[in-house]
Design a protein around this ligand. Sequence first.
Ligand code: NDP
Length: 333
Amino acid sequence: NRKILLRSRPQDWPTEETFEFKEEPVPQPGEGQVLVRSIYLSVDPYMRGRMSAAKSYTEPYRIGEVIEGGVVGEVVESRSDKLKPGDKVLGLLGWQLYGVADADKLRKLDEQAAPLSAYLGVIGMTGLTAYFGLMDIGKPKAGETVVVSGAAGAVGSIVGQIAKIQGARVVGIAGSDDKTAWLTEELGFDAAINYKTTTNMQEALARACPQGVDVYFDNVGGEISDAVISQINDYARIALCGAISAYNYSSDEADVGPRVFIKLIKTRSLMKGFVLAEYMDRLPEGARKLGEWLSAGKLKYEETIIEGFDRVPEAFLELFKGSNIGKMLVKVG
Ligand code: NDP
């Protein structure tokens, strides 16, 4: 077996020192457990948070332990009557080629219903995050303007499309012309702004949102969010999903936006942070909705798939450089 362990906690950007590749015999399943061979490993921005020792909504990764994360794989050995060899499953197995898990903790996947990779993206963790954050906090109404940052990523690209389904005007913010073109030409966004080439975000936003901003789904934080929040309407709703622009800051650089809180008071707006884990009891509702929209052709999705176990750390780091469109995955089997 090959696994990737956390070697040391990064102070700012993770480096080669952060990760350790280790070879071990393939583990044996115990009673009620199965052995799973990984097919797709998920790399996600939240993993950067778990590499730090700071208190958060999940436990930090421990030094010397495998980096835990979502995996789609195939059961190759079973000591449970719930799963048999050949079954495809989703679980929190982490960055390794083989993993052992309790059969109860794995979800059996239906390959006929959707491609296996989709269970880590559009109908999985990132799609569900988009659904609950937008519908539960953003609550977009027809005719309102929704702005989403990180718009061409796994969460953001689904947020914008769900907002379109609700009848909103949708504006995306992303980091390349290819991405903004994909948002407007393929996904039906009404406008998109490349924050890397736009010299005046305020002006660009004002042009893209002539009626102001009613809902802001924030994936990035920092200056982009300052610019968006400065243009919110009365009773706007801001769903704080992530702040990727700040994840690699060292602690003395941590003074990042948004810094426009007075605007929240003046407009009597709501700003709420959320994590998908809060919605565990409603996951079936989200999965059903996403599945319906997907099969009706109302949701499109993209994946950036990197091949090879050796490239897992690289794929993870590329999230912070923006080389992915849609969900970033590593194919290992
Ligand atoms: P993405 O697929 O969106 O990948 C990350 C993207 O972030 C990159 O493609 C890049 O696109 C953008 N980015 C990177 N650095 C910066 C920066 N400095 N400023 C602006 N944009 C940047 O990842 P996910 O969809 O998986 O996650 C999106 C956000 O949602 C993250 O903040 C993540 O932590 C959060 N999240 C929160 C969850 C929750 O439960 N609250 C669950 C899942 C995700 P670009 O080219 O546009 O810069």
